[in-house]
Ligand binder design. Structure first.
Ligand code: PMP
Length: 378
């Protein structure tokens, strides 16, 4: 298998695997919330992990609330941190886990607004200003804008978003899932109140993520029946997964920049190869976006059909989180692409472990498939 779908999920780093192993071992026992030595040992390991996660984003360890992943973290941010009576303002290219909170917020009586993006997927700051003005009420609003888009890789101007939100007294949340592996996202520097991250996008384990919550931000828990994590997200913490997320964050902190440089080089070479061979191919998203992301439109292809014929080449047509929901990518539509262009688009997701030969081989297989489909003369 040639795996270039790292924006959907990354392989576990061997060092993360090693860090988790003792906590998976059959002899490992102890509820981390229990008051005995086994519980304390697990709790200590979890607190170390919390500190690593916090350090990656410039927060205090107490700010880290473990969740099952970023879907839950985003939901917790939007539904749990929404000021009573406030409005919720999001960009038009947010992940489904943000977008699909909006109907629930409206049911709860909140006003919501979706802010347009430009042709590259970057948020329109004047439209954000207008949305914040238009939805303003007596309570503060909550703005949610992702750090980088998971389909086209465009990196949002978070500092400008937060500065604008502040002028309107709004809280700021960012889904930083995709950015953290290759870019520094420092909450105090960007003035963020809430940030979501996910283990399996950072060469860490699946099934664990975190919402990082600035002190003073009120969070209403989604479930009852437990005082764990100061009641902010009740439930017994999974020690091995928490330890794994901590190890993944420690690695990311040390190497994100270097990984980003290397991956951007591979991505640019991939684009040069594809654009040299496939006339009419277009790139979606900003050229200086996520290092591992290359989203292209190859006019005339049916991308989903093409990829079905290439099961050993793992690419994507859009977000895996939309599941079986067919239909063109809402992200590409929000960027002004037509539905037929969206159906002709696919995404390469390069990762930490991607080698140059893999990128070359992927390009060759894709080009051959496009030619076989009869879209271009060979
Ligand atoms: N946000 C973004 C931008 C994502 O790419 C993803 C995963 N596709 C998520 C949230 C959801 O993360 P998780 O899989 O941890 O629920």
């Amino acid at each position: 298998l040639l795996y270039l779908d790292h924006l959907a999920s990354t392989p576990l780093d061997p060092l993360v695997f090693e860090a988790m192993l003792p906590w998976w071992a059959p002899g490992a026992v102890g509820n981390p919330h229990a008051a005995h030595a086994a519980g304390w040992r697990a709790a200590d390991a979890i607190e170390e992990a919390r500190a690593e996660i916090a350090a990656l984003v410039g927060a205090r360890p107490g700010a880290v609330v473990f969740t099952s992943g970023a879907t839950e973290a985003n939901t917790l941010a939007l539904l749990g941190a929404m000021p009573p009576g406030g409005a919720c303002v999001v960009s038009a290219v947010e992940h489904a886990s943000v977008m699909e909170c909006l109907p629930e917020l409206r049911r709860r009586g909140h006003r919501t607004a979706t802010v347009a993006v430009d042709g590259e997927g970057s948020i329109d700051l004047a439209a954000l200003d207008a949305a914040l003005t238009g939805t303003a009420g007596p309570s503060p609003s909550l703005v949610s804008v992702m750090a980088a888009n998971n389909e086209v890789g465009t990196v949002q101007p978070l500092a400008a978003v937060a500065a604008l939100a502040r002028r309107h007294r709004a809280l700021v949340h960012s889904d930083a899932v995709q950015a953290l592996g290759t870019r520094a996202i420092v909450m105090p520097a960007l003035d963020l109140d809430l940030l979501s991250l996910s283990g399996h996008k950072l060469n860490g384990p699946m099934g664990i993520g975190a919402l990082v919550v600035r002190e003073g931000v009120r969070l209403v828990p989604p479930s009852q029946g437990g005082g764990q994590q100061r009641g902010r997200r009740p439930g017994t913490l999974p020690t091995p997964l928490c330890v794994g997320l901590g190890a993944a964050c420690r690695l990311a902190r040390g190497r994100a920049e270097e990984d980003g440089r290397r991956m951007a080089g591979l991505r640019d070479r991939l684009w040069t190869t594809l654009s040299g061979v496939l006339p009419g191919i277009r790139r979606n998203g900003a050229a200086d976006g996520l290092a591992g992301c290359l989203n292209v439109t190859i006019p005339g292809i049916d991308a989903a059909d093409l990829l079905l014929g290439l099961p050993e080449l793992a690419l994507a047509t859009g977000s895996a989180c939309r599941g079986d929901r067919a239909g063109p990518s809402p992200v590409l539509l929000a960027m002004g692409r037509s539905a037929s262009d969206a159906h002709a688009s696919l995404r390469f997701g390069l990762g930490r472990t991607t080698r140059p030969e893999e990128v070359e081989e992927a390009a060759a297989r894709l080009i051959a498939a496009v030619r076989t489909a009869g879209v271009y003369p060979s």
